[in-house]
Design a binder for this molecule. Structure first.
Ligand code: ATP
Length: 499
């Protein structure tokens, strides 16, 4: 391999902008996502819709690649896991049985002056962070410990007292004039059929999680697939939550996608399977080459209504350590309740022990959009390439090659002398195997930078030497190193990197 002979600094004033600092990196990522066709605000021409986003031409490719990577590692690499694709609408009783009608609430508090509504845990966590940043870590820890204890008991009066005692302020009005703490259900509902206004009978929900589509199909899949416990059912699909505090870009959306897997097991084995899936899921993240020191587990203190153990896999986003995936030991809560509400047995006959039982379940649930944000945050890099003669910088998305929206770009050095034809030939040979991009406009350096900005791992340049010896220049995204390789080695090189 040889270093680029011509400094890429001969390229662009376009990329010369102030480097993002730690504090504005998140904002820089959001702008980059918009500028390069990854993510747009929904219905932007009407000023957008809060916490709803559209994936653009690059974003939809990246998202699909993440989906495929998850789907294949769940279904293709595990003999005992199969996938389904259930409908978003489900019989309304599903959500009574699952507990979502009664329990899918968040404690909220409103500031009377600004009318701004806060999730109580977010208000308190924000306050604790400020206190910590001001140097009083002990007080921050004490406040968080009190909050956890009060949340665990659903002690709303106590939470209000904690907020009052610490004189927590609204970020908008700056006052401490709070309402009582109240519960707020996060499910969206709509009506089925042509007649509106028929009340509860017509009401259907937009599913707040994909898991229930799996539970109600447990026996269908088990019987038709002749599945034996332990086995899993995986699903990728949209979920909807009327999130109150829906900021932070695609981290918390009202319409998002989940990749969930429910693993059905013999009762009594949940502890070992819970540990197994914790380890397996972290391994999956690290298999993408993501840095281990940016991951940590967070065990739940207050367990959801269905769980006997639960933890989050957290990642260090530019906005701090945040949940990307949940691992939940759901017991037999869901199947038992579906049996009770539907009056249909949800049992499995275990031939090994000659017993009928309702299986226990370990769930792994990852947000596709959050995983997208994780990949984007980790990949986004600003590099200072200045030389004494010339200031220069580049923005490069260092995606794992297998997730990159475009794997390879092909550039004829000039638009004439037969070079475009050779470049097109390379495209035609490779585009059935992976996503390629062809471009002949602008100087090569400029074309490289455009590919850096969307994370394309390989750029192939066809020049006059190609006509003599059938070799091309490969320029590697992260190192910017260039080397000459034969045309017939291109496909193998890229396939090797994305395998
Ligand atoms: P949070 O505490 O952040 O609200 P949660 O614990 O309610 O998340 P789960 O119900 O366990 O989340 O959902 C599993 C995964 O779905 C989460 O780990 C997250 O990646 C994703 N997810 C949940 N809510 C949203 C949302 N509003 N927008 C985007 N992704 C979400």
């Amino acid at each position: 391999m040889i270093r680029a002979t011509r400094p890429e600094s001969q390229v662009l004033s376009l990329f010369l902008r102030p480097m993002a600092t730690d504090s504005n990196k998140f904002q820089a990522i959001i702008s980059h996502c918009k500028e390069y066709g990854f993510i747009f605000p929904s219905s932007e021409i009407y000023d957008g819709l809060q916490a709803v986003y559209d994936y653009g031409q690059m974003g939809s490719e990246l998202k699909k690649n993440i989906k495929d990577y998850w789907w294949n590692s769940m279904t293709q690499f595990h003999d005992n896991i199969v996938g389904i694709d259930a409908a978003i609408f489900m019989h309304p009783t599903t959500w009574k049985a699952s507990g979502h009608v009664d329990n899918f609430n968040d404690p909220m508090i409103d500031n009377k002056d600004s009318k701004k509504r806060y999730r109580v845990d977010h208000l308190i966590e924000g306050f604790a962070e400020d206190v910590r940043n001001a140097g009083d870590a002990a007080k921050a820890d004490a406040v968080l410990a009190s909050m956890d204890a009060l949340l665990a008991k659903d002690d709303f009066a106590g939470l209000k007292q904690l907020i009052d005692d610490n004189k927590m302020k609204c970020a908008v009005s700056g006052t401490c004039n709070w309402t009582d703490v109240r519960q707020f259900n996060l499910m969206f509902s709509t009506e089925f059929g042509s007649v509106s206004g028929e009340g509860e009978d017509n009401k259907v929900y937009l599913r707040p999680e994909t898991a229930q589509g799996i539970f109600v199909n447990f026996l269908n899949v088990q019987k038709t697939g002749r599945m034996k416990i332990p086995f899993g059912i995986a699903q990728i699909g949209k979920a909807f939550r009327n999130e109150i505090v829906a900021r932070q870009f695609i981290f918390r959306m009202r319409e998002f996608e989940q990749m969930e897997m429910q693993f059905f097991i013999r009762p009594g084995t949940q502890k070992e399977w819970y540990e197994y899936w914790k380890a397996e899921r972290l391994k999956w993240h690290l298999s993408l080459g993501l840095p281990a020191d940016k991951y940590r587990f967070h065990d739940h203190i207050k367990l959801a209504h269905y769980a006997d153990a639960a933890c989050d896999i957290e990642f260090e986003f530019p906005i701090g350590f945040k949940e990307v995936e949940g691992i939940h030991s759901r017991t037999d809560f869901d199947l038992k309740n579906h049996q009770e509400f539907s009056k249909k047995k949800q049992q499995y006959f275990d031939t090994e022990i000659n017993q009928n039982y309702i299986p226990y379940v370990i769930e792994t649930s990852i947000g596709l959009d959050r995983m997208f944000l994780l990949i984007m945050s980790n990949a986004y890099t600003e590099e200072d390439l200045s030389t004494p003669e010339k200031p220069d910088s580049r923005v490069v998305l260092k995606f794992p090659a297998k997730l990159a929206p475009i794997k390879m770009a092909v550039f004829p050095l000039t638009k004439k002398d037969g070079l475009p034809e050779i470049a097109r030939g390379i495209m035609d040979d490779c585009k059935k195997s992976f996503r390629c991009f062809y471009e002949e406009k602008d100087a090569i350096g400029k074309r490289y930078r455009r590919m850096d900005a969307i994370g394309t791992p390989f750029c192939i340049t066809v020049d006059h030497q190609t006509k003599e010896d059938n070799t091309v220049t490969v320029r590697h995204r992260d190192s910017m190193l260039q080397e000459r390789i034969p045309i017939d080695a291109i496909k193998g090189m890229v396939l090797g990197a994305i395998a």
